[in-house]
Design a protein. Structure first.
Length: 336
């Protein structure tokens, strides 16, 4: 029975009803807000399978809409001790090789409350099938993942870097469910100028075999001298497949955004982080950590104008001139 269906004869009560409804709504919203900020999270402390104590964490100063995104993980391998009530947010950096994600990750890891564990799915047996993927994610988000990026037990944001060619696209449906169920926030990090990305990719592939730095292959460097050595190599780009290659890369980026559109996410471009200091503050706010100045020891490898970095530049110029990719020819990473 619908209460509103019998109201016709009682129109005179309408203002009173409206006032009542308004009151109930406001009171309800207030109670809900109050309740949410007082929420307690039970933590069972077990010893030999017996519950010996129970602990509760209170949530303070977190806006109600963000509460689903905070977690109180219980690592299997250690106790979080005085930080067991420090809320933790889960994130993943979704990117492609040679898009600045290595540099971006060192910036994040310079923050005392962020742990980003690198390309955990570069190891193929972790991405054999969806079960191994979920097992790996569970271990990471329960704070049991040990790497050089692992902070103390006071970590407030934990994540890793997932390249689009490391299983995330193949199993996107199940992974989307996992992300939404566990409230994992995504940071998409792409490079606008995919021609520069290709130069970096080819140079890095070359160094994999050439090992130009005293016989070791390096994807990232920490000094200008090392960068100079690696930048000496000028790749020849296959002009025949260049346009197909570009449209494939752009399509892959667009697909990933479409697949994971329903997650909480932000989209960042490498060029914007290079040019805009506030981009990094925005990321820290998104991760719910106090905003700090982030630093990295990494040095950019390819800093020269593009024509000096490609052997068959004239051919590449002709191939891209007049196409939708023309702007890549002029564009510089640094606006300065
Ligand atoms: C960040 O880490 C520091 C040092 O471990 C800790 O004292 C602080 O409470 C943490 N802050 C947050 C917001 O988690
Ligand atoms: C997934 O891969 C693991 C490790 O290779 C294997 O043990 C397991 O049986 C596989 N599971 C499924 C459902 O295929
Ligand atoms: C290679 O090794 C030599 C001697 O060990 C050192 O002086 C030089 O700086 C190294 N070069 C690079 C590019 O690491
Ligand atoms: C694009 O070109 C790069 C470098 O030659 C190559 O590694 C990559 O596989 C190509 N991708 C496609 C989809 O053709
Ligand atoms: C810098 O980044 C911030 C946050 O991402 C954005 O709001 C702002 O418009 C950017 N400024 C410029 C000049 O691009
Ligand atoms: C680039 O294309 C324009 C017309 O679209 C043409 O006028 C110009 O000569 C081309 N540049 C080169 C270097 O081929």
């Amino acid at each position: 029975m619908n209460v509103y269906s019998i109201k016709t004869s009682q129109c005179s009560h309408l203002p009173l009803r409206l006032a009542l409804i308004l009151f109930v709504t406001i009171f309800g919203a207030y109670t809900c807000y109050f309740y949410l900020n007082q929420i307690t999270i039970g933590e069972k402390i077990m010893l030999f399978g017996t519950k010996i104590a129970e602990m509760y964490c209170e949530i303070h100063d977190i806006p109600p809409e963000e509460i689903p995104h905070v977690h109180f993980p219980l690592p299997k391998t250690y106790r979080r001790d005085e930080c067991s009530c420090t809320p933790v947010r889960f994130f993943a950096i979704v990117s492609m090789q040679r898009s600045g994600s290595g540099w971006f990750e060192t910036l994040l890891n310079s923050h005392p409350n962020i742990s980003s564990h690198g390309e955990i799915f570069s190891v193929t047996n972790r991405r054999n099938n969806i079960s191994t993927i979920i097992k790996t994610l569970d271990k990471l988000y329960s704070l049991d993942w040990l790497s050089s990026a692992a902070k103390n037990e006071c970590v407030a944001a934990v994540g890793f870097k997932w390249m689009l060619n490391q299983g995330i696209m193949d199993h996107h449906r199940e992974i989307l469910d996992y992300f939404n169920l566990n409230h994992v926030s995504l940071i998409f990090l792409f490079r606008r100028n995919i021609l520069r990305r290709l130069v970096s990719l080819l140079a890095n592939n070359y160094d994999r075999y050439a090992k130009q730095l005293n016989g070791t292959h390096k994807s990232h460097v920490h000094s200008r001298e090392e960068a100079e050595v690696l930048a000496q190599f000028k790749p020849t780009i296959n002009a025949q497949v260049l346009l197909t290659n570009f449209s494939f890369v752009e399509q892959t980026m667009a697909d990933s955004l479409r697949f994971f559109d329903s997650t909480r996410h932000i989209v960042l471009y490498y060029e914007d982080i290079v040019n805009n200091q506030s981009a990094l503050s925005h990321v820290q706010e998104f991760l719910g950590v106090p905003v700090k100045r982030l630093v990295s020891r990494q040095v950019k490898i390819h800093t020269r104008p593009l024509p000096d970095q490609v052997t068959n530049w004239d051919e590449i110029f002709k191939t891209l001139n007049g196409t939708q990719y023309e702007h890549f020819l002029q564009h510089s990473d640094y606006s300065r």
